[in-house]
Design a protein around this ligand. Structure first.
Ligand code: PGA
Length: 249
């Protein structure tokens, strides 16, 4: 049985004290409203260890990790360091990392492998640009992104991965994919997994939707059979909105 997950990607927002307060609010809302949804927050790196101490019902993710395991890489944060804070997840391949920091498929493969080796669960992002959607190339773009990264793993490794489909044109724009657009892409990804590996692994893989998901549209997105939750940016910065999204299942 695949998991339902709602993960909040805080991006480069919140000071340490603001982050602690937000995490405290999210944790207490989740504690008081038990459900079968796995809730994850992804604060900035420097908050991880502090926030871990106060989470009881919420899991912790880093937003990124280094593509090398250790050494002379000034400013980088390794998966081992992330793991040592008590975090359980790491977001890899977010479109902002791909575009602003020029992270390519080889780099993302290395990061994902390191995460799996350290038993951190990768939340691996994929998704097409607006121009690719308009040109009708969205299926092939996503297929190429997966073929060149996580489809290189064996079944045992792939089983650890959570996928997030995030159409780039929907991220932070207020324009979400329609439920139909999300469902058809999630179904397509699941079919690719079935072809590449097998049907049961495809059924067991959690595929999240991300991109302008908010309380007003979460239910119609999550109601789709192949949408197993969300990776939430802007709306995860307000505990009440984030909780409303979690309760949309
Ligand atoms: P958004 O961001 O919800 O603000 O569109 C989603 C994401 O980037 O993960």
């Amino acid at each position: 049985m695949r998991k339902k997950i709602v993960a909040g990607n805080w991006k480069m927002n919140t000071t340490l004290s603001e982050g602690i307060e937000l995490a405290r609010q999210v944790n207490s809302l989740v504690e008081n409203n038990p459900s079968d949804v796995t809730v994850v927050v992804a604060p900035p790196f420097i908050h991880l260890a502090e926030i871990r101490k106060l989470l009881t019902n919420v899991y912790l993710a880093a937003q990124n990790c280094a593509s090398e395991s250790r050494g002379a890489f000034t400013g980088e944060v390794s998966v081992e360091m992330i793991k040592s804070t008590g975090a359980q997840y790491v977001i890899i391949g977010h479109s902002e990392r791909r575009s602003y920091f020029k992270e390519d498929n080889d780099t993302l493969f290395k990061k994902t492998k390191l995460a799996i080796d350290q038993e951190l669960i990768p939340i691996f992002c994929c998704g097409e640009q607006l121009s690719e959607r308009e040109a009708g190339k969205y299926f092939s773009t996503v297929k190429d992104q997966l073929d060149e990264t996580i489809f290189k793993f064996d079944e045992r490794q792939f089983r650890k991965i959570v996928i997030a489909y995030e159409p780039v044109w929907a991220i932070g724009t207020g324009v979400n994919a329609t439920p139909q657009q999300a469902q058809e892409m999630h179904k397509f990804i699941r079919e690719l997994i079935a072809k590449k590996f097998n049907e049961s692994l495809a059924e067991d893989t959690t595929i999240l939707y991300g991109g302008s998901c908010k309380p007003s549209n979460a239910k119609e997105l999550f109601d789709n059979p192949d949408v197993d939750g969300g990776l939430i940016g802007g709306a995860s910065l307000q505990a009440g909105d984030f909780m409303a999204i979690i309760q949309s299942f």
